[in-house]
Design a protein around this ligand. Structure first.
Ligand code: ZN
Ligand code: ZN
Length: 370
């Protein structure tokens, strides 16, 4: 019997090898009257001092304060990542205190190593998440925060100074913690509330073609206006009720009148109204709801490959013939026109026939690779 195996069996009888090579052990250890699950990964040479110890965060919390003892006694050291020192016990104790102060109900997820931590906030009926990636030197070092925002989010961080003599608390700003990150997160959510109200109304009351499942950071929407016609809007998250960047997609004879209406009615735009209401006012239209238009009435599929999505692209070329109005993927129409002997090219425009109605169709090639 190998020496390591014997040692393990003697000291931890509840530990059992999990594989033939005996590099993985799993079992339980008892501490404070509770059993904790533990996983031990040994290196190829089976030397205990190079082993990795994986345990639940509950156990880490219990071991908190005994870290140096665990290291000495079991001589476990993480040699795989020699440059990452395990965080000091204070790391865990201060974190648990911070989460408790914040409220455990805000905690969505915590890694066994306490990083990342996921927190949630409910604002105006919407749930938002923030992922906090703590560094080993936390709280001396600012953590990285990941959020689903349409604007950059950076936290201001006042590191905790522990080695310096205590100065009057009134002079020194309070050191940052999870709580201050969370309150900055809430403030940012509040400042973006109108933007999400605007986007939610669009997603709820119109037929959005793109993106299919908008994230909270998505500022663009492609909305159905009617048969084979849509509008792409790009909303400014800082000024969500102002006129967004608009781009119409569809046959010329339908798109042109819409553009004229937009510039004629622009004075009707009132930032006090919602963006959707303003769009209705200036375009003099009602947005069809998804349920009203039948799929057969509104075929957005490409007339060449019969698919909607093709390598992430959707059909954005439309036949101008009002009797036809068929849509195509750019790449499909490009390949089609290139294969026709009757097609011709002038500068960056390809002229040819629509594969559906045989009427003239054009394809602008500027700025796009085919
Ligand atoms: Zn296609
Ligand atoms: Zn056509």
């Amino acid at each position: 019997m190998a020496e390591t195996e014997a040692t393990l069996l003697r000291q931890f009888p509840l530990f059992l090898p999990q594989n033939r090579a005996k590099t993985v052990y799993e079992g339980f250890i008892s501490a404070q009257g509770r059993d904790f699950h533990l996983r031990l990964l040994l290196p190829k040479d089976l030397q205990l001092r190079n082993a990795r110890l994986l345990c639940s965060w509950q156990l880490k919390a219990v071991l908190n304060g005994y870290h140096h003892i665990v290291q000495q006694e079991v001589a476990l050291k993480n040699k795989k990542e020699p440059y990452v020192l395990p965080p000091p016990p204070k790391f865990y104790s201060s974190l648990i205190g911070e989460i408790r102060a914040l409220g455990w109900d805000k905690l969505v997820y915590v890694d066994p190593c306490f990083s990342p931590i996921k927190l949630k906030a409910d604002v105006s009926g919407r749930e938002h998440l923030i992922t906090v990636k703590l560094k080993a030197k936390y709280p001396a070092e600012s953590p990285d925060c990941v959020v689903d925002f349409p604007v950059p989010f950076s936290v201001s961080w006042t590191p905790q100074v522990t080695d310096q003599p205590k100065i009057d608390a009134k002079v020194v700003p309070l050191p940052s913690s999870l709580i201050s990150i969370y309150s900055q997160f809430l403030a940012a959510l509040e400042s973006l509330k109108t933007f999400w109200d605007v986007m939610d109304e669009i997603d709820e009351k119109t037929w959005v073609l793109e993106p299919e499942k908008p994230t909270r950071s998505a500022t663009a929407r492609r909305i159905v206006l009617g048969n084979n016609i849509s509008i792409n809007i790009e909303v400014d998250p800082r000024h969500p009720t102002m006129l967004p960047e608009c781009c119409f997609l569809g046959a010329d004879h339908v798109v042109k009148p819409l553009g004229i209406r937009l510039s004629r009615n622009i004075h009707l735009w009132d930032p006090e109204n919602s963006l959707l209401q303003n769009l209705k006012n200036v375009l003099e239209i009602d947005f069809p709801a998804r349920a009203i238009l039948e799929k057969s009435d509104f075929s957005m599929d490409c007339g060449i490959c019969y698919a909607y999505q093709l390598d992430g692209a959707i059909p954005d070329q439309v036949c101008d013939n009002s009797q036809c109005g068929q849509s195509f993927h750019y790449i499909c129409l490009y390949e089609w026109l290139r294969g026709l002997l009757t097609s011709r090219q002038s500068f960056n425009i390809m002229f040819g026939e629509c594969p559906y109605c045989s009427k003239p169709i054009t394809l602008k090639m500027s700025g796009r690779k085919a």
